[in-house]
Design a protein around this ligand. Structure first.
Ligand SMILES: [Fe+2]
Length: 306
């Protein structure tokens, strides 16, 4: 661990095994007023992709102010996710007693909160640059947030696969999650589709395209720009060949060791949505998990409407 600038704030690896991620302990609201600290936080975010802030005094205001160190806030395109009071936050809960939440059977277990590997808003041509997540209500088991580095994923691809995916593009579109074999490793069945997901499925989204390989803006490191969730087919490829390739890519990602964040009350997690995939592990359906997230604006410039 080293200190962040001159501050009594510790910075270190998230774990000894990971090539990405940083843990920052004890960051305070006043610290992010300093220009040199803001610049160092931005550098760490781009360099390491994922930052866990632990031991901070978290308030919605601090979460939003910290998020704006990394870019302007963006309002989420699906209004039903909106936080009831704070415009710059979205709220995702697993209170299955109301109309908002999904009830899902995953590998035979009835759960809530589960979301497979994805990039946020990959079903639009723009990818927002990231977000800061904070769990305001934690469940007794499960509900971890997983993160997977796609720079590492690209490096782990065989030379054959690196060549195969180099110039390909994938079409993304919102379709029912339990109807695609690319979306998830688990056997999934929706018992109840909540209002936010229903609104997403009912809306007439344009089909969009994202390249499978990009270079990270700023560092030029290659990354595998693939989101299993919402992937449909490879542009210009025969359907069977495309299905086989996407299935292979999804299975490849499912087998890469990932970081799973186990939430403590004052944690905030920041990630780079251009680089990292994330997911949510199943939570008990009879408990309530609540997370609130900022959306860091930006357009990585590689996507387009088909
Ligand atoms: Fe997400």
């Amino acid at each position: 661990m080293s200190s962040l600038g001159e501050l009594p704030v510790q910075v270190g690896p998230l774990s000894d095994e990971l090539t990405y991620g940083r843990l920052i302990r004890g960051l305070r609201a006043q610290d992010i007023k300093l220009p040199e600290i803001r610049a160092e936080l931005r550098r760490l975010w781009i360099e390491y992709g994922l930052i866990v802030f632990r031991g901070s005094r978290v308030t919605p205001e601090f979460q939003v102010d910290l998020s704006e160190v990394f870019g302007e806030s963006e309002i989420h395109p699906v209004a039903s996710f909106q936080h009831p009071e704070i415009e710059k936050l979205i709220r995702i809960t697993t209170d299955t007693s109301g109309d908002d939440e999904d009830l899902i059977e995953v590998d035979g277990n009835v759960v809530a909160g589960w979301i497979p590997w994805h990039k946020d808003i990959v079903f639009t041509e723009r990818l927002n640059h990231g977000g800061i997540l904070h769990a305001t209500k934690i469940v007794s088991s499960g509900g971890e947030t997983g993160y997977l580095d796609q720079i590492e994923a690209y490096e782990r691809l065989s030379p054959r696969m690196q060549r195969a995916v180099e110039d390909l593009e994938v079409v993304y579109h919102v379709t029912p999650i339990d109807e695609s074999s690319f979306y998830a490793d688990e056997k999934v069945r929706y018992l109840k589709v909540g209002a936010p997901l229903r609104a997403m499925l009912e809306r007439d989204w344009p089909r969009v395209v994202h390249p499978l390989v990009i270079k990270q803006p700023g560092t030029e490191r290659k990354l595998l720009n693939y989101s299993p969730l919402w992937a449909q087919h490879v542009v210009g490829m025969d359907r069977d060949e495309s299905d086989a390739l996407l299935q292979e890519l999804s299975a490849f990602l499912w087998n890469i060791p990932a970081y799973y964040h186990e939430w403590e009350p004052d944690d905030m997690v920041l990630w780079d949505n251009w680089r990292m995939l994330h997911r949510v592990m199943p939570a008990p359906f009879d408990e309530v998990r609540v997370v609130e997230r900022t959306t860091i604006s930006g357009d990585y410039g590689f996507g387009r409407i088909l």
